[in-house]
Design a protein around this ligand. Structure first.
Ligand SMILES: *Cc1c(COP(=O)(O)O)cnc(C)c1O
Length: 412
């Protein structure tokens, strides 16, 4: 008797869930009623079920009872304590180089401006034309403000920026190179070590955007000799909507670089209330105003989970999920004329898989009605985001099958 393919793949998904050493973590998140497949954790991670209790404890034992005394006891140090922990567990960064605060966009501005201001003799910023809009816009704004020109790398939207392209683009005129470690569109992983070394050969700084890397791919900032990095915490760190970002500045640059938003929290002596701004001589000089302590609670809880699982094991599961997604796409979606828009080689692919079809825009409403939530990126891409600690193989099978069914419906 003919056997529908999905029965096999659904059974395989169940088997993969049973064998998954991290499966127990999937139960730790809030499950939205009616959502059968959440494939957008790379845009907004799910909340932990323990979060309300965390907020309650914070209100009761920290804010409510310690009041302003808590700044001295804990909150002043929080951006750096949490930053060091993220640095150690996820970024390969020694202590004293990482902090939490601002948004990714604001940190991009502060750190790129700091870099170009320290290279006043250089006239160019290098960035690729498929970098995330905010990265491109910030660079365009800084170029306009400082009278610099932009050298654009034309990136293949599937395989991402390649080291030889960076080698061709940089010169003695380059002040800073701005790239994403994992491309937001395709999930392509850039060669951080090779590209950083290439930029350094001509004396340029490099800033890496880690938004799609933090919490899902082990990063080795110190080992790669990276100068600057930024990334957000509401994707794979599940920090919640608008949770603050993460910045890394290599220790060798702390005394050299000055960022443009001079605020009291970056001053050498915060409570001296001096007449003139004098920056701290460590990572604190990249901070501007009062840190958003409340908005760090969710990511802190998630970090505990990530540390318990281990970033290597998380990467292993991410690979298993993307591999299975590819298999599902081959069965359900690619035969309908869709194409894979992510690197085929999983070693250079992050934790989402992108598939393209000109009619995808027309199936989104139907998918949402069915409780299947992937991510659409204009003009024709569906990104299937796989958040290893919260995503089950079963929900991926359900979601990708629905994408195939709805695409088939609109093509009829
Ligand atoms: C998500 C994302 C951002 C977001 O920046 P915000 O300031 O948090 O809005 C920036 N860059 C990349 C590559 C991203 O994926």
């Amino acid at each position: 008797m003919a056997h529908p393919e999905h029965l096999d793949l659904a059974a395989r998904a169940a088997e993969l869930d049973r064998a998954d050493p991290l499966h127990r973590f999937t139960g730790r998140f809030v499950r939205a009623p009616g959502v059968v497949s959440y494939l957008d954790g790379n845009s907004l991670g799910r909340p932990l079920a323990s979060f309300p209790a965390r907020v309650h404890d914070f209100t009761t034992y920290e804010w409510g009872t310690r009041l302003i005394r808590r700044w001295d006891e804990s909150w002043m140090a929080k951006p750096y304590v949490l930053g060091d922990r993220i640095g150690r567990s996820l970024l390969g960064a020694a202590p004293g180089q990482t902090f939490v605060g601002d948004s990714t966009t604001v940190l991009l501005y502060k750190l790129i401006r700091a870099a170009v201001d320290h290279r006043p003799d250089r006239t160019e910023i290098v960035i690729d034309d498929d970098n995330f809009p905010t990265d491109r816009f910030v660079v365009e704004g800084i170029a306009a403000e400082r009278g610099l020109s932009i050298r654009w790398i034309h990136t293949d939207r599937t395989i991402g920026v390649q080291p030889h392209q960076v080698a061709d683009a940089v010169s003695e005129q380059t002040a800073v190179v701005v790239l994403s470690h994992v491309a937001y569109r395709s999930g392509a992983i850039a060669d951080m070590a090779a590209i950083t070394a290439t930029a350094h050969r001509v004396g340029a700084y490099v800033l890496w955007d880690l938004c799609h890397s933090i919490g899902v791919i082990p990063v080795r900032l110190d080992e790669c000799g990276v100068d600057l990095a930024v990334g957000c915490s509401y994707k794979y760190l599940n920090g919640g909507p608008g949770s603050p970002a993460i910045a890394y500045v290599n220790a060798s640059l702390h005394r050299e670089l000055r960022q443009p938003i001079w605020g009291w929290m970056g001053a050498a002596d915060v409570f001296a209330m001096k007449d003139a701004y004098e920056p701290a001589d460590d990572i604190r000089r990249f901070v501007s105003g009062t840190p958003p302590i409340f908005a760090m609670l969710a990511m802190e809880s998630m970090l505990e989970l990530i540390e318990a699982a281990g970033i290597q094991a998380i990467r292993e599961k991410s690979l298993a999920l993307t591999r299975f997604t590819e298999e599902l796409l081959q069965a359900y979606v690619l035969p309908l004329g869709a194409t894979l828009a992510s690197p085929a080689d999983e070693r250079v692919r992050g934790s989402h898989v992108t598939v393209a079809h000109p009619r995808f825009r027309d199936i989104l409403d139907r998918l949402w009605e069915r409780g299947v939530i992937p991510d659409f990126r204009a003009p024709d891409g569906i990104r299937i985001g796989l958040s290893p600690l919260s995503t089950t193989f079963t929900e991926v099978e359900v979601g990708v099958r629905a994408i195939g069914e709805e695409l088939q419906n609109v093509l009829r």
